[in-house]
Design a protein around this ligand. Structure first.
Ligand SMILES: [Zn+2]
Length: 135
């Protein structure tokens, strides 16, 4: 699981549907103490809105950062390039180093995201049209 550029694996189930995830570098060699907690699949946050967890003793995963950036661009392109085929946008986004593409959602998931995003925009236009029509 990726969260803010760090990669985690499930560590243990706790009470009240809480699950602890540990950093993938939490082994004997690197001994990172990075942890996060999820409850009912949501991240537990501190009162200030920061993610509740321990500090890492290393920088974020560069491949994940790049993947995250490409996903952000992909979502932006879905909005801007309404008439471009979703498959083409997905292919463009995944046209990068394999290591980066590997940590992005897979092609079919991205296509599904794309179709959902397009539908949402179309619905907004319909509502706008109705509103104008009613005025
Ligand atoms: Zn870590």
């Amino acid at each position: 699981m990726i969260c803010e550029g760090f990669a985690y694996i499930k560590d243990k189930n706790l009470a009240n549907e809480k699950v602890r995830y540990k950093c993938i570098h939490a082994n004997a060699k690197t001994s990172c103490k990075g942890y996060i907690w999820l409850q009912n699949n949501s991240l537990l946050l501190q009162l200030n809105g920061n993610i509740l967890g321990n500090e890492h003793n290393h920088i974020v995963e560069p491949d994940h950062i790049e993947a995250k950036k490409r996903m952000k661009d992909f979502k932006e392109n879905l909005k801007v390039q309404q008439h471009t085929d979703v498959g083409i946008l997905v292919a463009n986004s995944r046209d990068c180093e394999t290591a980066v593409a590997n940590v992005m959602p897979n092609t079919s998931n991205m296509k599904r995201m794309g179709r959902r995003a397009k539908r949402k925009v179309r619905n907004c236009f319909d509502i706008l049209f109705v509103l104008i029509f009613m005025m």
